[in-house]
Design a protein around this ligand. Structure first.
Ligand code: PSU
Ligand code: MN
Length: 300
């Protein structure tokens, strides 16, 4: 049984030693509406190619784990209904039952490791949800960062999460959280937050060097790179924060829990900002893809 099926583009890239960037698919199936999800997925792949690297979008299709999707597979996934949201806990079940599943950050890191890829670009990672002291809702993304050696480029943790607690858990798991080009943590839709980042770097080659140094030290686990959204596309914190508060209050009132929380909040924030959150989300994913490609180029 082949554990992982690689796209033609990925196979060729690995034969010729080109830099590669992994991409997740939950953002396509559960994070953005059609058709913007498909357009974004294609643009992000093209951004990586334009930056001199090769993209590999991960997904489980009818029980087979794919590293790199052919164009028609990407198109079908973006429109599919009933796609599982697959994290570490449910990946094997999805595959053994022959189902179709989109990979979260955690599952994409697992797929990247299996495919021999060390850099991954996404929008935002999961983290410690607000109220986690009651619900224990802490994304499996954090434990994955603690054990799988992939450098993940995201736009910081979303303010729908409890960001200070998310940073504490990452520190406990030994994950370096590195803000790119600024001293404070970016806050997903906003460039800045009032939280200092644990670490900061301004050059992709330094990020690649610390990835290699962790491997040399035999440390398991990855790095989280927090890359601020471009200024032209940000929604300032004072504008987005009341909207986040409203979406959170609605989630609580409607009893939304577990895997449904993140997709519910993203959809409500999209509606409440009249689509502006999606424009920002697309811009920051593309920005993360470009930085990830640059890091990957320094890793070959
Ligand atoms: N953040 C986003 N968009 C997303 C997600 C996070 O801006 O689509 C997805 C990612 O796939 C992430 C997952 O891994 O949500 C986290 O879900 P949970 O909190 O249920 O672990
Ligand atoms: Mn969760």
């Amino acid at each position: 049984m082949a554990m992982i099926t690689k796209s033609a583009e990925l196979l060729k890239a690995q034969e010729t030693g080109q830099p590669i960037v992994a991409l997740e698919s939950t953002i396509i199936t559960h994070g953005m509406p059609f058709p913007q999800n498909l357009e974004t997925a294609r643009m992000v792949e093209d951004d990586i190619r334009a930056a001199g690297a090769v993209p590999a979008t991960m997904a489980v299709l009818n029980g087979t784990l794919h590293a790199g999707l052919e164009p028609e597979q990407l198109e079908a996934l973006a429109q599919a209904k009933d796609v599982d949201k697959v994290s570490r806990a449910d990946m094997a079940v999805c595959m053994s039952l022959g189902r179709t599943g989109a990979t979260t950050v955690a599952a994409t890191m697992i797929a990247a490791r299996l495919a021999g890829i060390s850099v991954f670009a996404t929008g935002g990672i999961g983290g410690v949800h607000r109220g986690a002291e009651q619900t224990f809702d802490i994304s499996a993304d954090l434990a994955e960062l603690g054990q799988t050696a992939v450098t993940v480029v995201a736009a910081g943790a979303k303010a729908i999460l409890d960001v200070p607690k998310t940073l504490e858990v990452l520190e406990t798991y030994g994950v370096p959280v590195i803000a790119y080009g600024q001293p404070d943590m970016p806050a997903f839709w906003s460039r800045h937050s009032d939280l200092p980042a644990p670490l900061s770097m301004s050059r992709a080659e330094d990020i690649a060097a610390s990835h290699k140094m962790r491997a040399a030290l035999g440390l398991p686990g990855g790095q989280l790179i927090a890359n601020p959204v471009p200024e032209a596309d940000e929604i300032p914190a004072e504008q987005i924060n009341p909207i986040i508060a409203q979406a959170l209050a609605e989630a609580e009132a409607q009893g939304i829990t577990a895997k449904k929380v993140t997709p519910f909040l993203l959809q409500r924030i999209f509606e409440l900002t009249e689509g502006r959150s999606l424009v920002t989300n697309i811009a920051l994913v593309r920005n993360n893809a470009r930085l990830a490609a640059e890091i990957a180029r320094h890793l070959v």
